[in-house]
Design a protein around this ligand. Structure first.
Ligand code: IVH
Length: 717
C-alpha cells in the first residue's frame, strides 16, 4: 500500500520525469533517474493492475518505461532484479491456485505512429538479414482490451485455463472458462497431429452487454464497473463460476503459443504462418480475430498485409473506426506472418521482436482543474464548466469540460486545484471521471455555487424536479444569445455563416433582439462591415432565405423549448397543419402522442400559451418563415393514404396474433398515430385479452371506438 503522501510524491515525480526529457545520458546522474523511474513505474503498475485504477495514461506509462529501458541499455550495470523491465507481467492475485504456463507469455512493444511502425519494419528486416526494400508480410489484428487468458488442450480436451499472471505463472480459472460458450471443451487438434497445445487469447464483454450489466447493477444499488475491461478481468476470477457466466464473457483466441505431438516433439514448425495457425483455430470452432461480430463492419477485424505501408494504412483506418467495433480495443497488433522469419527475429526478455502493438491515441489523461466557470444556456440552465490545464487527449487539446450540475460536483467531490482524470469516449465529448483525491495537497478549494446569474444577476432558482439551477429571466442577455446561436445551428435551422461570432457581433450592433430579427437583417449594412463585403452578405442572405423554407419540425426544434429535441420536433410536426395550431391544444392533447412525456408536454403547452411567443412566431411568419406542415412533409411522417390516417389509436391487454410492437407498426403504416393513454382525443382503443382500466375509461368516455384484435387486423389489411 502507498500512503497518500507517497502517492502525491510519486505522481508529481512522474510528471517531472515526463516533462524533463533525458538530457545527455552520459552527463546526467542516470543512476538516480533510473531509481526514480523504477519507483514511479512500480507505483503506476500497482494502480493499474492491482487497484484497477490508473492515474496516468497508458501512453505516459510507456514513455516512462522507455526512459528506463534507454538508461538500462546504456548502463547495464544499473539493471536491478526488481526493475519493472525485468519481469513480464504483473497481475498475480493472492490466494488463487497458480499454474505455470508451458511457454512464457511475454508483453508487446508499443508503437504510436507511422514512424514507429516504419522503424519496427526496418528492425525486422535487419534481424532477418533482408534488404531494406524487401516487403515483409504482416498480420494485423485487434488488440483486445479485456482479460488475457491461456488455455491448454490435451488429447483434444480443455484441461486447464489460466490468467496471464506475471507471464510465467498465472491464476487457475478453468472452472470459470468452461462456462464460456466461445471456449470449446473439445477441439480436434489430434487431426493435425497435435497432442498438447497452449493457446492465448482475451476474454471480453461486448460493449452493449456491458452497458446492460451496469444498468442492472445500478438498479440493484451495486457499484458499477468503470469499463468493460474491469468487468472482464473481474469476471475471470469470480469464485463462483455461475457468477462468471453472468458476465457474458467471450473468448477471442489470437495466438498458438506451444504445440507438441504425442512424443513431445514441437509441431509449431509445421505451420508456415501465423495466418495459417489462426485459420486452423477458426476451423476448430474457436472465436478468433477472423470471427464475424454480427455487426455491419466497414473494415475486416484482421488483415494480412503485403508490406508495412499496408499495415500503416490499416492501423490508421482502425483508429477512426474503433468506437464502432462492438468490443473495446486499445490498438492493433502487428505480427510478422512467416513463422520462419518470426524465429529469426526472436525475443527480448520483455517482448517478441516480431510483433508490435499499435496503440490508439490515449482517451484518458490527468490534468489540473484550474477553476470552475458558470455558463448560462439557452433555457437559462446554469452549467458549471471546468477550466483545465490544457491536456492532449485522443487528438485534441482539452481545456473546457462540462461539470453538468451541482450534484455531479458534490458526488465526485471535485475541488478547484485537484488533479482530475479526463476521458474522451466514442462520442467525442470529454468528461471528468473523477478527482484524484489521494494527490491533494490541502490547498484545494471547494467549488462555490453562485446564488445569482453570472450575467444578469437575477437570483437563481432550482425547480424541485430538476438537478440544475436556472436563471429565470428570459430576457437575460446570455440566454437570448444562446437561443439565437442554437436557432441558427446545424441541428436547428442550419443557417450557414450565422455562427456564434457573427451573432455576437450583430447583437452588439443592436441588430438582433429576438430570433425574428435574423429574418430581417439589412444586407446592405452587412456588406459594409469589415470582413464581410458583397459576396459574404449575399451568401448569408441566401442561407437565411433557404432556412425560411425549412420544414416545421426544424422550426419547432429551433425554438429552444426545454426537452424539445429533434425527435419531439418531428412528432409534433406530424400532428399539425400549422405551427400555431398548437396554441389551441390543451395539455392532455400533447400527452396523447406516444413518446411525449408529461414534462415535455407541459413545456410545449406553456410555450404556446405565452402571448409573447405567439407574437414572435407571427412576426417570423410575416417575414417569410414557413409555418405550414406541407403535404409532402406530412406524408413522409405518416401514411396519409392509409385507412387509419388522422386517427389516434391505443392498444391494451394481451394481443394473441401479434406483438404490441408489430401492432403499433401496422397501425402507423396505416396512417394512425399511437396514443399514450385514454382521453377524449383518442379515436380507437384495440382491446386484447385481460384488458383492464383503460377499457373501462374508454367506455366511460363514450367517444372512443372500441375494436377487438380481429377487427383491427381486418381494417388494416
Ligand atoms: S499477441 C507474445 N495479439 O496484449 C505476445 N496480444 O502486451 C503475445 N493482446 O496482455 C501477444 N490482443 O493479452 C497478442 N491480438 C493480440 C492481442 C494481444 C490483445 C494483449 C495480450 C497481452 C497484451 C500484450
Amino acid at each position: 500500500m502507498y500512503s497518500p503522501d507517497e502517492q502525491r510524491r510519486l505522481f508529481s515525480l512522474s510528471k517531472e520525469l515526463l516533462f524533463s526529457p533525458q538530457a545527455d545520458l552520459f552527463s546526467e546522474p542516470s543512476a538516480e533517474r533510473a531509481e526514480d523511474l523504477r519507483q514511479v513505474l512500480l507505483y503506476h503498475e500497482w494502480r493499474y493492475y492491482v487497484q484497477n485504477d490508473p492515474v496516468i495514461s497508458d501512453f505516459e506509462y510507456d514513455q516512462l518505461y522507455k526512459q528506463l529501458e534507454a538508461i538500462e541499455r546504456q548502463f547495464p550495470d544499473l539493471i536491478s532484479s526488481d526493475s519493472p523491465t525485468q519481469r513480464v507481467g504483473k497481475d498475480l492475485v493472492e490466494n488463487a491456485a497458480q499454474v505455470q504456463h508451458l511457454t512464457p507469455m511475454l508483453s508487446l512493444d508499443n508503437s504510436y505512429d507511422a514512424e514507429d511502425l516504419q522503424d519496427f519494419d526496418e528492425s525486422v528486416k535487419k534481424l532477418c538479414k533482408l534488404d531494406a526494400d524487401t516487403d515483409i508480410e504482416y498480420c494485423v489484428e485487434p488488440k483486445y482490451d479485456g482479460g488475457t487468458i491461456v488455455l491448454v488442450y490435451e488429447n483434444d480436451r480443455l484441461v486447464r485455463a489460466a490468467t496471464r499472471g506475471n507471464g510465467y505463472v498465472g491464476d487457475e480459472i478453468t472452472a470459470n472458462m468452461r462456462t464460456l460458450r466461445t471456449v470449446p471443451l473439445k477441439a480436434a487438434f489430434s487431426q493435425k497431429g497435435i497432442t498438447k497445445v497452449e493457446l492465448r487469447g482475451e476474454a471480453l464483454i461486448r460493449k452493449d452487454i456491458f452497458e446492460k450489466i451496469n444498468a442492472a447493477r445500478q438498479e440493484a444499488g451495486e457499484t458499477v464497473f468503470a469499463n468493460p475491461r474491469n468487468a472482464a478481468t473481474g469476471g475471470l476470477r469470480m469464485k463462483d463460476p455461475k457468477e462468471a457466466a453472468e458476465r457474458s464473457l467471450e473468448a477471442f483466441i489470437y495466438q498458438l503459443g506451444y504445440a507438441v505431438d504425442a512424443n513431445g516433439a514441437d509441431v509449431l514448425g509445421k505451420f508456415n504462418s501465423h495466418d495459417e495457425s489462426i485459420h486452423l483455430l477458426e476451423s476448430l470452432s474457436f472465436k478468433t480475430p477472423l470471427a464475424k461480430t454480427g455487426v455491419q463492419q466497414h473494415l475486416p477485424a484482421t488483415k494480412t498485409c503485403k508490406n508495412i505501408r499496408e499495415v500503416i494504412e490499416f492501423c490508421q483506418a482502425w483508429q477512426d473506426y474503433r468506437d464502432e467495433y462492438p468490443y473495446e480495443l486499445d490498438g492493433m497488433v502487428v505480427k510478422v506472418n512467416s513463422l520462419e522469419l518470426q524465429e529469426k527475429c526472436g525475443f527480448t526478455s520483455h517482448h517478441p521482436r516480431w510483433a508490435i502493438a499499435f496503440k490508439f491515441k490515449a482517451r484518458q489523461a490527468t490534468t489540473r482543474l484550474r477553476d470552475v466557470e458558470f455558463q448560462v444556456g439557452k433555457t437559462g440552465a446554469v452549467t458549471p464548466v471546468a477550466k483545465l490545464e490544457p491536456v492532449p487527449l485522443a487528438g485534441v487539446t482539452v481545456q473546457n469540460v462540462s461539470l453538468h450540475n451541482e450534484e455531479f460536483i458534490r458526488s465526485k467531490d471535485i475541488r478547484i486545484g485537484d488533479q482530475v482524470l479526463v476521458e474522451r469516449a466514442g462520442d467525442v465529448i470529454p468528461y471528468i471521471v473523477k478527482s484524484l483525491t489521494e494527490l491533494r495537497t490541502g490547498a484545494e478549494k471547494p467549488v462555490e455555487y453562485p446564488k445569482n446569474c453570472p450575467v444578469c444577476q437575477s437570483v437563481l432558482v432550482k425547480p424541485d424536479d430538476e438537478a440544475v439551477w436556472r436563471c429565470e429571466n428570459a430576457g437575460c442577455e446570455a440566454q437570448v444569445m444562446a437561443r439565437m446561436i442554437f436557432h441558427t445551428s446545424k441541428a436547428a435551422m442550419d443557417i450557414e455563416g450565422m455562427g456564434e461570432s457573427t451573432i455576437e457581433r450583430f447583437y452588439k450592433l443592436g441588430w438582433l433582439h429576438t430570433i425574428a430579427d435574423i429574418y430581417r437583417l439589412d444586407y446592405d449594412q452587412i456588406a459594409k462591415l469589415e470582413g464581410f463585403g458583397e459576396k459574404s452578405a449575399a451568401n448569408l442572405m441566401a442561407a437565411v432565405e433557404k432556412a425560411k423554407q425549412n420544414p416545421i419540425q426544424r422550426l419547432l426544434h429551433s425554438l429552444s423549448i426545454h426537452h424539445l429535441g429533434q425527435k419531439a420536433g418531428k412528432l409534433l410536426a406530424a400532428e399539425v397543419n400549422h405551427v400555431l395550431d398548437l396554441k389551441d391544444w390543451d395539455l392532455e392533447r400533447y400527452q396523447l402522442i406516444k413518446d411525449v412525456g408529461p414534462v415535455l408536454a407541459r413545456n410545449v403547452f406553456n410555450f404556446f400559451q405565452n402571448e409573447q411567443n405567439l407574437e414572435l412566431l407571427r412576426t417570423m411568419e410575416s417575414l417569410g418563415v414557413n409555418m405550414h406542415q406541407t403535404a409532402e412533409d406530412k406524408k413522409a411522417e405518416l401514411n396519409a393514404d392509409g385507412p387509419l390516417f388522422g386517427k389516434t389509436i391505443l392498444f391494451t391487454g394481451t394481443l394473441s396474433q401479434m406483438t404490441r410492437e408489430e401492432a403499433e407498426k401496422t397501425a402507423t403504416a396505416a396512417g394512425a398515430s399511437i396514443a399514450s393513454g385514454v382521453s377524449k382525443h383518442l379515436s380507437i382503443l384495440v382491446v386484447g385479452e385481460k384488458a383492464g382500466s383503460k377499457l373501462k375509461k374508454a367506455q366511460a368516455l363514450g367517444t372512443v371506438e372500441i375494436w377487438n384484435e380481429q377487427e383491427f387486423i381486418e381494417k388494416t389489411t
